[in-house]
Design a protein around this ligand. Structure first.
Ligand code: KIV
Ligand code: NA
Length: 262
């Protein structure tokens, strides 16, 4: 079982942490047997599981269904439930309803994007005994304000702001922060100022750990190719070969054969 103390111990020992996203039971069953320490049930589920063009459409009830499935498949992993768009921008009551739903579905921590306006809530969640992971840099729930999914923290001012935001997250009690799509030079600077566990995606090598979206690293699609993405499998090709081999066997009456019939 990976717990928060083990994650902190590994960080302090200089051991890098591996995190992947996961949304379903079958993938979680396999991931549970792997060396990956942390599983993020990300709101990227909206895009890779539900075909949406941004993360905005998913709600916390749907997120909780994904968390529940992953928690059943990988009970030995540290699971972070991602708070979806606007689910933490309402009244404290409503925000905590979303947090409660994700935690009761099996998350061990929650993640939310940004800082400004979230300060009271983050403190309240931490004081409720729930580890909170922040998310800075490219925050996809703000895609309409950012004008697209692009690298953040390019200017000196933007870099200062992200470092200040990280300090604020730490002072509010966050145990960890995701840095998404920021220049490596910013990450190198930022890690000097924080004791939080830093997890990067497109944020260079200076962080404590990395995260990738499962479908991206497995190569489900050849069309999404950001610079940071390393594909560990060509799933698109493997699936397609299997689908076509099956279709061919069915059409040629080679499936099922004698041994595959009752
Ligand atoms: O939803 C997600 O997959 C994420 C990661 C990219 C950090 O938030
Ligand atoms: Na997310």
């Amino acid at each position: 079982m990976s717990n928060i103390n083990q994650l902190v111990a590994k960080k302090l020992a200089g051991e890098k942490l591996a995190m992947l996203t996961c949304y379903d039971y079958s993938s979680a069953l396999i991931m549970s047997q792997s060396d990956v320490e942390m599983i993020l049930v990300g709101d990227s589920a909206a895009m890779v599981m539900h075909g949406e063009s941004s993360t905005l459409p998913i709600d916390y009830h749907t997120m909780a269904q994904h968390v529940r499935a992953v928690a059943k498949g990988a009970p030995n992993k540290f699971i972070i439930g991602d708070m979806p768009f606007l689910s933490y921008r309402k009244s404290l009551d409503e925000n905590m309803q979303a947090v409660e739903t994700l935690m009761k579905a099996g998350a061990h921590a929650i993640k939310l994007e940004g800082v400004t306006g979230n300060e009271t809530l983050i403190k309240h969640i931490v004081e409720s005994g729930i580890p909170v992971m922040g998310h800075l840099g490219l925050t996809p729930q703000s895609v309409n304000q950012l004008g697209g999914f692009k690298v953040q923290g390019k200017s000196v001012d933007a870099q200062k702001k992200i470092i200040e935001d990280a300090k604020t997250l730490e002072s509010l009690g966050c145990f960890s922060v995701v840095l998404e799509c920021v220049p490596d030079e910013l990450t190198k600077e930022l890690v000097k100022y924080t004791n939080m566990i830093t997890i990067g995606i497109g944020a260079g090598a200076a962080v404590d750990g990395q995260v990738l979206v499962l479908q991206d690293m497995l190569g489900f699609s050849s069309s999404f190719s950001p610079k940071f993405l390393r594909r560990y499998l060509n799933t698109e090709k493997l699936f397609l070969e299997a689908f076509n081999a099956y279709a061919k066997d069915v059409k040629n009456k080679q499936y099922p054969d004698q041994s595959e019939q009752y």
